[in-house]
Design a protein. Structure first.
Length: 328
């Protein structure tokens, strides 16, 4: 008998991404699947195992135990057992969650660090983010005013991370698990309204679907795809422009002024990051841009990392705070 439609859909999604030109460098290498035991990651592990078996590729299942809930070790063990039954080589990784930014952000940092450390050499790590997750990411970016890159959402392939399910709905992964006899874990955090994403999922998106008469998740995912293509094109143009206006670690502010703001600010951001300036916000970037587009003899802004941006003799340069060359 042919597989259920949902099973065919998740397998096709994995096969399509792994067979893409962008993933060619990883062809034949082992795969790692990040698995929480939920429907998305179990469906992903099942699909990856099916595709890899046909290609003769080993699949490793990485289960990160954050230790944030009572019984988390049991949940991780059950996920590992199901991975083993699917033909994946399971590994449970226990991490400590802490640091700034709240529980969600801290858990994400710990998880990604663990996955990066424990993945097989030269492997891709498959993540179970779905179209629903992409829609939530776009909404978060819109609400926070984080710019086009944030609204462009997650990339299908951003080595070592690979997300085959960005065109697959959460309902499809649940149906695939049911058809395959898998038993997903229902994470209580996914219904805890203390978390921003949960409220987006359970309150905001259903309201938008009602007001706009459906199709919102698909529309947000399409928006992300379109913006990502536009942003990638602008990044290529900005890289070419930077090659023309940068010399000896300084920028030609006079030449840079003549180009559109979207390109100019991209050049400024990548140049500042390359000079070692960390955590550049939109306010920092606009203050830097004012030295190019609205130059009236003003001093340069202070930047994170104890740096100062200055304009001198028609060029921009980054220096440690305290040094003051003549403006001009």
């Amino acid at each position: 008998m042919p597989p259920a439609p949902a099973v065919s859909a998740v397998r096709s999604a994995v096969r399509r991404l792994l067979g893409s030109a962008e993933a060619a460098l990883f062809r034949g290498a082992p795969l790692a699947v990040a698995c929480s035991g939920g429907a998305d990651s179990l469906a992903l592990a099942a699909a990856a195992s099916h595709v890899a078996r046909r290609d003769g590729v080993a699949v490793h299942g990485l289960v990160v135990d954050h230790g944030l809930q009572v019984g988390s070790a049991d949940v991780a063990a059950r996920a590992a057992d199901q991975l083993a039954a699917l033909g994946c080589a399971p590994q449970v990784i226990k991490v400590e969650v802490g640091g700034a930014g709240g529980v969600e952000a801290a858990a994400r940092r710990a998880r990604y660090a663990a996955l990066r450390e424990h993945r097989p050499p030269d492997s891709l790590v498959l993540l179970g983010h779905t179209r629903d997750d992409q829609a939530e990411t776009v909404l978060l970016g819109l609400g926070r005013g984080s710019g086009a890159r944030s609204i462009a959402g997650m990339r299908p392939l951003d080595p070592p991370w690979a997300r085959p399910f960005l065109d697959i709905s959460r309902a499809t992964t649940e149906a695939a698990c049911a058809a395959l006899g898998l038993e997903p874990w229902q994470d209580p955090h996914n219904s805890d309204a203390r978390f921003t994403r949960v409220r987006l999922r359970t309150e905001v998106l259903p309201l938008l679907e009602d007001v706009l008469q459906g199709g919102v998740r698909d529309a947000l995912a399409r928006t992300a795809w379109q913006l990502r293509e536009d942003a990638d094109a602008l990044d290529v143009l900005a890289a070419e422009l930077r090659d023309r206006v940068e010399s000896d670690d300084v920028l030609d502010a006079v030449a840079l002024r003549e180009v559109p703001a979207a390109l100019r600010r991209r050049v400024l951001k990548t140049w500042l990051l390359a000079r070692g300036v960390p955590e550049i916000t939109d306010a920092h970037l606009r203050a830097a841009d004012a030295l190019v587009a609205d130059w009236r003899g003003q001093g340069g802004p202070a930047l994170p990392g104890d740096f100062v941006l200055r304009r001198a003799h028609g060029t921009l340069l980054v220096e440690a705070a305290g040094r003051k060359p003549p403006n001009g």
